[in-house]
Design a protein around this ligand. Structure first.
Ligand code: NAD
Ligand code: UGA
Length: 468
């Protein structure tokens, strides 16, 4: 039996530890956090995050071998293995602002572990960190003369929100990096043994510490790059009359390329893609690799362009003014099946439309509360409406910003009947069938496809393709 502790009870710490507790019933797993309200929520029926399948796993493990607590000191003292999954946002101040990772929470954790430890421990980096952060961690832990040995292991997390439980239960791979020393190898083996409870050994990949740390940033950069690549092509499709879905399908059927992560959209969001690429860019700059830094920075620039392009298309299509027009935004979460609105492209669109003085109505099945908090003072200018049909009632336009299945299930003929005319639908996720919407009466503007327009004079971007 091992005492496993996780510091940080967020989108990673909660789900990952719940699955470890489920799969390793002989281990005792405790998750701690400095935010008492978050811990109280984990102990209640109203979990602090929405994640499909999470409730069932929590119900099966909580207060059996999974515990949540704010008593960091006590649980650090008792732990054999400590996973650290605190937030590592982009630094917003000082040197490296806007690019470098803000490691203050990380370092506080290291010092906390040192202060409260009276025995050797394995410390596992679960948070996403710049390469060689383990070195700093080791220096803090091992040079302060505590007399205890701390082994630092990197075990970056690859789960995606919305599929976190499935990703944890059946991961493509688990990556574990450690030093090639006797104690490093022992520490690595201890972590391998946890995952080996349910992950086939050929999916547990071991590496040196720096490779493991870097691989996490690279995986996110590659995924984000695919989204930016297809979004760049969506702009060209709109100019030429090509259809980005058809292009993505044709290209993705090449097995060397693959079909996933080629859905054109209003842009990628979430707390990690942008932050991790910026972090990669900062690292490259630090090592003088200017061209490499610029290359990756363009993935983020393309993403920002796509969001701006979407809004500017809305404005120009709707007769160059949105002032006073009711616009229903379908979706606040950065993707479907999560309540997370961190860096959501939907809120980017929302902010831009408020600036245009539109009357913005935001609807989302799970994320309205977080959206309100994320928007801050701007929330006063936004109507939050849980029912999408009610949000669209009287609106001049609908913009689909999150690919929630419930938005695809609406009766758009009925929705159209309640809207101001001409009624526009901007599909930022290519969620809906443009032809049926057009037949229902909408002027339809998908991403990377020819618009379907009832008024002969409306064309996007001066395209020359024929009217339907
Ligand atoms: P989060 O903000 O949801 O959770 C982090 C938690 O850590 C917060 O509840 C915070 O209160 C707590 N915390 C901060 N400092 C603390 C301290 N000193 N002691 C105790 N608790 C402390 O963040 P997250 O989304 O879970 O991400 C955590 C890390 O995992 C980040 O580095 C992120 O890049 C990485 N990651 C996230 C995802 C994801 O899908 N969200 C996936 C893979 C990796
Ligand atoms: C991503 C990675 O997929 C995870 O492997 C990683 O662990 C995680 O980041 C992290 O480090 O935090 P996540 O951000 O939760 O996971 O969600 P994704 O499914 O990767 O989507 C990211 C964004 O890209 C979303 O806004 C999504 O809508 C968008 N996206 C994704 C597209 O616009 N098109 C696509 O084809 C795919």
């Amino acid at each position: 039996m091992a005492n496993i502790l996780c510091i940080g009870a967020g989108y990673v710490g909660g789900p990952t530890m719940a699955v470890i507790a489920q799969k390793c019933p002989e281990h005792r797993v405790v998750v701690v956090d400095v935010r008492p309200e978050r811990i109280a929520a984990w102990q209640s029926d109203q979990l602090p995050i929405y994640e499909p399948g999470l409730e069932e796993v929590i119900r099966a493990t909580r207060n059996k071998n999974l515990f949540f607590s704010t008593d960091v000191d006590r649980h650090v003292a008792q732990a054999d293995i400590i996973f650290v999954s605190v937030n590592t946002p982009t630094k917003s101040f000082g040197q490296g602002a806007g690019k470098a990772a803000d490691l203050q929470y990380w370092e506080q954790t290291a010092r906390h572990i040192l202060r409260c430890s009276a025995s050797p421990k394995i410390v596992v980096e679960k948070s996403t960190l710049p390469v060689r952060t383990a070195e700093a961690m080791e220096r803090i832990l091992n040079t302060a003369g505590s007399g205890h040995c701390f082994d630092v292991v990197s075990n970056p997390e690859f789960l995606a929100e919305g599929t976190a439980i499935r990703d944890m239960q059946a991961p493509d791979r688990v990556l574990i990096g450690a030093h090639d020393t006797p104690s490093g190898r022992r520490a690595m083996q201890a972590i391998v043994e946890i995952y080996a409870h349910w992950v086939p050994l050929d999916r547990i990949v071991t590496a040196n510490l720096w490779s493991a740390e870097l691989s996490k940033l690279v995986a996110n950069a590659f995924l984000a790059q695919r989204v930016s690549s297809i979004n760049a092509i969506s702009a060209l499709c709109e100019k030429t009359g090509a259809d980005v879905t058809e292009v993505a399908r044709a290209v993705g059927l090449d097995r060397r390329i693959g079909s996933r992560f080629l859905n054109a959209s209003v842009g990628f969001g979430g707390s990690c893609f942008k932050k991790d690429i910026k972090n990669l860019v900062y690292l490259c700059e630090h090592y003088g690799l200017v061209e490499v830094a610029e290359y990756w920075d363009h993935v983020v620039k393309m993403n920002e362009y796509q969001g701006r392009r979407f809004v500017s298309n809305m404005v120009s299509t709707m007769f160059n003014t949105l002032a006073g027009k009711r616009i229903a935004l379908f979706g606040a979460a950065y993707k479907a099946h999560t309540d997370d609105t961190r860096d959501s492209p939907a809120l980017g669109v929302c902010r831009a439309l408020v600036e245009e003085r539109a009357e913005v109505v935001l609807t989302d099945p799970r994320a309205l509360e977080n959206a309100r908090a994320s928007l801050g003072a701007l929330a006063e200018n936004v109507v939050f409406e849980p029912d999408p049909s009610a949000a669209a009632c009287g609106a001049h336009a609908i913009a689909i910003l999150t690919e929630w299945p419930c938005f695809a299930e609406l009766d758009y003929q009925a929705v159209y009947a309640t809207m101001a005319k001409p009624a526009f639908l901007f599909d930022g996720r290519n969620l809906l069938d443009p032809r049926s919407l057009y037949d229902a009466g909408f002027n339809v503007y998908p991403i990377g496809k020819p618009p379907l327009v009832h008024m002969g004079e409306q064309r996007r971007g001066g395209g020359t393709f024929p009217a339907p």
